[in-house]
Design a protein around this ligand. Structure first.
Ligand SMILES: *Cc1c(COP(=O)(O)O)cnc(C)c1O
Length: 361
């Protein structure tokens, strides 16, 4: 069976090699006589898997020792509540930059627990840029400062971090985790749903500086307290066992097949450039984001006609380029070209776009 090129924003494409290993190990994981899906999470063999997944993530992302890695459930969405419940506890105040729907949702959720102050927003231009930030407008007494690092829907990304001084920087990295190196020590907390770049759906990764754990609001549900999971090594209750195993395989692929995050970044730049260079030269298609804020992971683009957009999507799908429809708030198309999208997938997409432009102009 031929595999399609899947440009879905999430859940999204996984490395073919990883899927093959998972298939090979499906019925009998390394001589255990069981699938990882069937194992007790308290078994010795599973303990090896979760420990290896954490140690690989620490190695690949170069996570300092004073940070905990938590494997949770609930999606990135649950972190919109969990972050304020655990961090908005001194002055009951946090700053937010609204760069799209995910930042907006995080801000609204946090406003249930304290003062969720909006520092800047790019809503005026349908979030097609990252606002320039003026640190004098930041709340000096904020408990944390929230950004959405890569804006999955709009295709923008921070290429420079806000200088928040002693205020812990919190970032939603759901759609850019492990796409390039990141200096974890600049952040108080990072979180990501795994289903964009790291694993199938079901796993939420939190990387949190140790001093930010243990101060949760009194009424915080047990499952929403970082301390619960930090103290139990992410084994307080049943973790998303199989998804953690898949994340381990993806991390092995990043480490051994790609060669780490510097190499991943090179590859992602090369891949995204193929598409952006074409968009910049095309008379029919154009990217929707200001150049300096472009994401390497999500590339929205449009033509000037709804009818052409629709025809393009239909023909693309027939050729096996699937999930290219843009988010309804932007329209047009969006190619999500996460780590696991092969370069060849983007090359073939651009070939088709060129052909489509010729035939329709
Ligand atoms: C997909 C996404 C979310 C939502 O993730 P869930 O795991 O579905 O809750 C949040 N933030 C960003 C940046 C995303 O890309």
């Amino acid at each position: 069976m031929a595999r399609v090129y899947n440009f879905s924003a999430g859940p999204s494409v996984l490395p073919e090699k990883v899927l093959r290993i998972a298939a090979d190990e499906m019925l009998d994981y390394k001589g255990s006589g069981q699938s990882v899906m069937e194992m007790s999470h308290r078994s010795k063999v599973y303990d090896g898997i979760i420990k290896e997944a954490e140690s690989l993530l620490r190695e690949v992302m170069n996570i300092p020792d004073n940070y905990k890695v938590l494997f949770l459930q609930g999606g990135a969405w649950s972190q919109f509540a969990m972050v304020p419940l655990n961090l908005m506890t001194k002055n009951k105040k946090a700053d937010f930059v609204i760069t799209g729907q995910w930042a907006d949702k995080a801000q609204k959720e946090a406003s249930k627990y304290g003062e969720a102050h909006i520092v800047a927003s790019s809503k005026d231009k349908t979030y097609n840029y990252i606002p320039k930030l003026d640190p004098s407008t930041f709340s000096k007494d904020a408990d944390y400062f929230h950004i959405c690092m890569n804006n999955t829907i709009y295709g923008t990304c921070y290429h420079e971090l806000p200088d928040t001084g002693d205020v812990p920087l919190v970032a939603d990295i759901s759609s850019c985790i492990c796409s390039e190196p990141i200096d974890v020590s600049k952040f108080g907390l990072l979180f990501a749903g795994a289903q964009k770049n790291l694993a199938p759906a079901g796993l939420t990764i939190v990387i949190v500086r140790e001093d930010l754990i243990g101060n949760a609001m009194d009424f915080t549900p047990t499952m929403f307290n970082y301390k619960t999971h930090a103290d139990a090594g992410s084994m307080f209750n049943t973790p998303p066992c199989y998804t953690i195993y898949m994340a381990k395989l993806v991390l092995e692929w990043i480490k051994n097949d790609i060669g780490g995050l510097e190499k991943m970044k090179e590859r992602n730049i090369k891949k995204a450039s193929i598409l952006y260079d074409f968009l910049d030269s095309s008379k029919m298609f154009r990217g929707t984001v200001v150049k300096e804020d472009r994401s390497l992971m999500n590339v929205p683009f449009v033509t000037d006609s709804d009818e052409l957009n629709a025809r393009f999507l239909k023909e693309a799908e027939e050729l096996g380029f699937i999930n290219l429809k843009g988010h309804r708030s932007v329209g047009g198309m969006r190619a999500s070209i996460y780590n696991a999208m092969p370069i060849e997938g983007v090359e073939k997409l651009v070939e088709f776009m060129k052909k489509f432009e010729k035939e329709n102009s």
